[in-house]
Design a protein around this ligand. Structure first.
Ligand code: AKB
Length: 316
């Protein structure tokens, strides 16, 4: 049985990943860590420690005391927040990653960390973006993500560390809200649809981005963690995606369930520029071929499930 330590456990992915891992591997075998403690099912259903990922010694001690054999490094600033404070983003995103890789090397842990579609830039092919292609991102988040992908490859090549990772698209979930991302509109829109019956999008009509529903993202993480290493030609930064849409298409999917729902636009130039620099739709064929990646939810199926779950959550 694995002993998994997760950083950033109270973030958008972490909050649900912890519960998924605890159900797969046993509650006591999954240690949640985060810089803050907020009472929740993550902190109540199994072990939890406070950890600032820029504290290398603290990270080493927690991993060693727990007897971890796997490190899942999820703590990071997202794209829009990183653009507001680029130096802090560099220090947190790169410092945290380097610490997590070093602790994993020292204790010989299997390693997972997510990259993002943010690792691509305006000169990357926009449609059917290949697994291996030009990556010249123009955001601090993108610079962090490309550097992180290279660093994970380096630790595999140089030290034989079992590093694995995916490039996530925008992730849509009904549990924890994302904070400070460019794709967050595709989560906010569902809340506002139920709360106010309308949504003003900060992303312009016609701007396509890749997206995925959280259950598919969590399954992808577990599948890659368990994948036969002999079949992996890549190790890190596998393109994964379930759908690509632009704001009016998600609005239309919501209108199938709530016919009176309306969308308006008030574009935020910072987040729009980030979105414009990212691909319209990436090609996940390497992940499909090398470890059987598969997404179950398309836009309509996700919309029905999101609205159903949020109705209960919001008491609508
Ligand atoms: C963001 O918008 O910053 C993230 C991402 C695509 O990495 N959701």
């Amino acid at each position: 049985m694995k002993k998994i330590m997760v950083t950033g456990a109270l973030g958008q992915i972490g909050s649900e990943l912890i519960m998924k891992l605890r159900s797969e591997y046993g509650a006591d075998n999954v240690l949640a860590t985060d810089i803050r403690h907020v009472a929740s099912n993550v902190t109540e259903s199994g072990p939890f420690e406070i950890l600032d990922v820029t504290d290398a010694k603290g990270m080493h001690k927690i991993a060693q005391d727990f007897g971890a054999d796997t490190m899942m490094h999820m703590a990071a600033l997202l794209s829009a927040t990183a653009e507001k404070n680029p130096v802090f983003a560099w220090n947190l995103n790169m410092g945290g990653l380097l610490n997590a890789l070093e602790v994993s090397r020292e204790l010989n842990l299997q390693f997972f960390t997510p990259s993002s579609i943010g690792a691509f830039g305006p000169s990357t092919p926009k449609k059917n973006t290949p697994q291996d292609t030009l990556q010249r991102p123009t955001t601090m988040y993108g610079v962090n993500k490309v550097s992180g992908e290279l660093l994970c490859d380096y630790y595999y090549e140089r030290f034989g560390l079992d590093t694995r990772g995916v490039r996530f698209p925008g992730l849509i979930s009904n549990v924890a809200k994302p904070g400070g991302g460019t794709t967050d509109y595709a989560v906010d829109i569902y809340y506002k649809a139920l709360e106010e019956g309308k949504y003003t999008s900060y992303i312009a009509e016609g701007t396509y981005m890749d997206m995925m529903y959280m259950p598919d993202a969590l399954q992808a993480i577990v599948d890659l963690l368990e994948a036969d290493p002999a079949k992996l030609k890549h190790r890190n930064a596998f393109n994964v995606t379930a759908m690509s849409f632009e704001p009016s298409q998600i609005a239309a999917a919501i209108q199938k369930e709530i016919p009176t729902f309306e969308i308006a636009y008030e574009v935020d130039p910072v987040r729009q520029a980030i979105a414009d620099s990212w691909p319209d739709a990436i090609d996940p064929s390497a992940a499909i071929e090398e470890w059987g990646f598969k997404a179950k939810y398309d836009l309509d199926k996700m919309t029905v499930d999101m609205l159903e779950k949020l109705k209960v959550k919001l008491g609508k």
